[in-house]
Design a binder for this molecule. Structure first.
Ligand code: LA6
Ligand code: MN
Ligand code: MN
Ligand code: MN
Ligand code: MN
Length: 592
């Protein structure tokens, strides 16, 4: 039961907040962290609540700029040119008969983020390669060239064909991978990329990862072919399987442009498609920024993160294909709101207040707003209206009422936040296991996956919604890696701000190791988590009511986190690496 508010309650709605002047020093993750205290003065009582602030920098993107951003590439002539180029590439794909050339073509198309344009052709090529090389005895015929074998292994596994790890036996002897491979940098790089598709207990693939990552790290790029000199360090930082084609396309276009094997038709289509899709993303931003300005949470909740553009990056990462504009917008808008709600639970709200907020969401009733303090009323109503509008759109489009499912998904997140708030206020130190059980919910993976489902599926069914509520394994393990990546990038600052111990600190507490060792352990957990994902993404493709597209979207969410948090809090800190990423991905066309 919610507490009824009376005038004498410390939560009474007529309290005024007087911020103590924020420190003038520019915030960076290395800066010492003066805790700004917001003093809360209750006008009718002498009660004083000490409040913290996230100490985040203001948003760097001007809202008027976002509302008017536009590009020439929305014009019809560019679409026509791209259709023409696509026809030429299709001809190229269907007329090629040499398997290695076919595979390399598919690899380049995927890296240019053009795979989605040629799904049918790619599928049919891979199917025939798989059929030709597999036999009824279960033995798989493999190439004697390491690069060819590894590329085939990676592309087929990516597309849900299980090529056995034993195809690499011929490159090994009793001591493991043969020394003769050391000179084959291209082959080692391909094997390294392939190793990320391993399942648990695949010892050959684990050995492949250990051997290639160690060996590739020891090589000097000056001694490599110029294209490999760009690909190798990039792959060592984050492998292809953990990258997002849309986030990486521009980088690859620049590499490909200089490469000896560059095909001018593919290059032109890569650039053109990138620019056309960018103009669609700008349309999303125009719509979203008007909404964001209108609801004015950024002014009303000025203690919290104002992060519309980075939030939208998650939408782009998850639902990058042009036809998913609605999905990108919903994910972006909801994450912008999640940021603020998360800051209330983590930083600004009292435990009593966040209990009330969770309860109000559970009731899902406009009248529940009455139980909240003023600053929460505005958060609640903005949130309530935004979610209800989505429910309305789905009811209108699909004739299905998703209120119960959607609010349940939101409650899963808020209950996760609430558990952490209780831990924080009671100074509870969870073990890593206890922490992770909650943290896979509090990272919002299951919620965002539900949003992705509801905004992209042609038909929405009760059966599928029920299945999503069970938190299928692939949803759990993608959320697991997502959480660890978030903690890897954000926990140093969070602890300075005041927060529960995150995965790194829980593990340090469990095992008594240093932070450096704990971080290394997190990297291991990420790789192990992906091995689980690899297994369950395959199983989902076999027997689940969910489409492979949705399972891919769950992985994409995890990939966004791995890319944004690699060098710190790339979501909360807008003016570092993320600014450059946003400019290149969303605002600056590639010169043709
Ligand atoms: C995470 O912030 C956050 F709110 C994001 C918008 C990025 C994650 C993406 C989502 C929610 P923070 P916490 C889809 O690092 O408190 O503060 O869970 O999250 O660690
Ligand atoms: Mn937080
Ligand atoms: Mn939180
Ligand atoms: Mn965090
Ligand atoms: Mn980097």
């Amino acid at each position: 039961m919610a507490t009824r508010l009376v005038a004498s309650s410390p939560l009474c709605s007529f309290i005024k907040f007087q911020p103590v002047k924020a420190p003038s020093q520019k915030y960076s993750s290395n800066a010492s962290f003066p805790k700004p205290v917001f003093r809360c003065v209750a006008t009718s009582t002498t009660e004083v609540i000490e409040r913290r602030s996230g100490n985040y920098q203001p948003c760097i993107w001007d809202i008027e700029f976002l509302q008017t951003v536009d590009s020439d590439y929305s014009k019809e002539i560019y679409k026509k040119r791209s259709e023409n180029l696509k026809r030429q590439v299709k001809t190229m794909l269907v007329s090629e008969v040499e398997p290695l050339v076919q595979l390399e073509l598919i690899d380049v198309l995927q890296r240019l983020c053009l795979g989605y344009e040629f799904e049918t052709e790619i599928k049919s090529i891979l199917q025939s390669i798989y059929n030709n090389n597999s036999s009824s005895s279960g033995k798989y015929k493999s190439s004697q060239d390491l690069h060819a074998a590894a590329l085939e292994f990676r592309l087929l596994r990516q597309h849900h064909y299980i090529v056995p790890q034993e195809i690499f036996e011929s490159f090994r002897d009793e001591n493991g991978f043969k020394k003769s491979i050391y000179d084959d940098v291209k082959g080692m790089l391909s094997l390294y990329e392939a190793s990320f598709f391993a399942f648990e207990d695949e010892s050959i693939m684990e050995e492949a990862w250990e051997f290639t990552s160690e060996k590739l790290k020891s090589l000097k790029t000056e001694d490599m072919d110029p294209t490999l000199a760009m690909l190798v360090p990039h792959a060592l930082e984050i492998p292809l399987h953990w990258r997002l084609p849309r986030f990486d396309a521009r980088w690859f276009i620049e590499v490909y442009e200089k490469s000896r094997d560059m095909n001018p038709i593919l290059l032109e289509l890569g650039k053109l498609d990138f620019n056309i899709v960018q103009s669609m993303y700008q349309e999303d931003l125009r719509v979203m920024s008007s909404w964001w300005k209108e609801i004015a949470l950024r002014e009303k909740l000025d203690f919290a993160r104002d992060r519309l553009v980075p939030s939208y990056l998650w939408g782009v990462g998850v639902s990058s294909e042009p036809q998913y504009a609605y999905s990108r917008r919903i994910i972006g808008m909801d994450i912008a709101i999640i940021n603020m709600i998360d800051d209330i639970y983590d930083i600004y709200g009292t435990l009593e207040e966040v209990e009330l907020f969770t309860d109000a969401v559970k009731k899902w009733d406009i009248n529940a707003m009455k139980q909240l303090p003023d600053y929460m009323k505005i958060a609640y109503l903005a949130f309530y209206n935004t979610v209800n509008e989505m429910i309305y759109v789905i009811l209108k489009e699909h004739g299905v009422d998703v209120t119960d499912h959607l609010t349940k998904a939101w409650l899963g997140l808020l209950n996760g936040y609430l558990t952490e708030a209780r831990w924080y206020h009671t100074k509870h130190k969870p073990s890593l296991a206890e922490y992770m059980k909650n943290a896979c919910m509090s990272i919002a993976g299951p919620l965002i996956a539900t949003l992705a489902y509801l905004t992209t599926h042609k038909s929405i069914t009760e059966e599928e919604m029920k299945y999503l509520e069970t938190i299928p394994d692939v949803m759990h393990w993608t959320s697991y890696v997502f959480r660890i990546s978030d903690d890897y990038g954000t926990s140093s600052d969070e602890l300075k701000r005041g927060d529960v111990p995150k995965a790194i600190q829980c593990y340090m507490h469990d095992s008594g190791v240093s932070e450096e060792e704990a971080r290394l352990h997190m990297r291991k957990l990420v790789r192990n988590g992906w091995k689980k994902v690899n297994k369950y993404r395959f199983m989902e493709s076999q027997e689940s009511p969910l489409t492979p597209t949705l399972v891919e979207m769950m992985q994409n969410l995890t990939r966004v986190s791995q890319n944004l948090y690699e060098h710190g809090d790339g979501h909360g800190i807008e003016d570092g690496e993320t600014k450059d990423r946003v400019l290149r991905l969303l605002f600056q066309p590639i010169p043709m």
